[in-house]
Design a protein around this ligand. Sequence first.
Ligand code: NAG
Length: 196
Amino acid sequence: MALPGRKRCLLVLPGQRPTMQPCLLLALALLGTASARHLAAVTSEVAEPELEAEAEDVECPLEDETKALNITDPQSARTFRYIIVRRCQNFHTAQRVCSRCYRGRLASIHSYHANVLLQCRARTRVNNGRVWIGAITRPVGGSVFCHWSDNSGWNYAYWLHGYPLLTGRFCTTLCTANGRWRSTNCRERLPFICEY
Ligand SMILES: *[C@@H]1O[C@H](CO)[C@@H](O)[C@H](O)[C@H]1NC(C)=O
């Protein structure tokens, strides 16, 4: 199976070698295991200390603010359940909504197939142009380390050219016009996609 995402994400600047972080090794070890996604529901190493401080009790979205869809991966035949939420939240609060209201996490995306279906569905539900997905990136040496907040394996990516950014730690949005991903300040308030 080709894993273009991993290569894409690890941007290496000339003269520098990427370092393999323990987290990356863990992600690779989990890659392909059926339970990887659900492990993540329990723990996340994504704690954002500054954002944690402003966390308040979340209010669950109303039904007409959400759209559910199930996507069956043609290769693995596994079905993933997603819910698109129109109400805008910062990344951390969105994560709490996914967890509290749907017992899930912000969505991880593992195929072009799922990316396209989520993009198309999100496009009809939100007009902001971008929605949170569960990818988080941070610079490591001269490259970027990417991981999913549900700790599932990093095996696919669909970055806009020039992304992910190397300049700091970022959350990630999916553009509903073309499906491409870009680094986004975690504090922006945007619609989001949960998986559960
Ligand atoms: C998704 O699948 C679950 C069962 O796994 C079902 O209960 C639910 O209604 C389905 N949702 C949609 C939108 O098809």
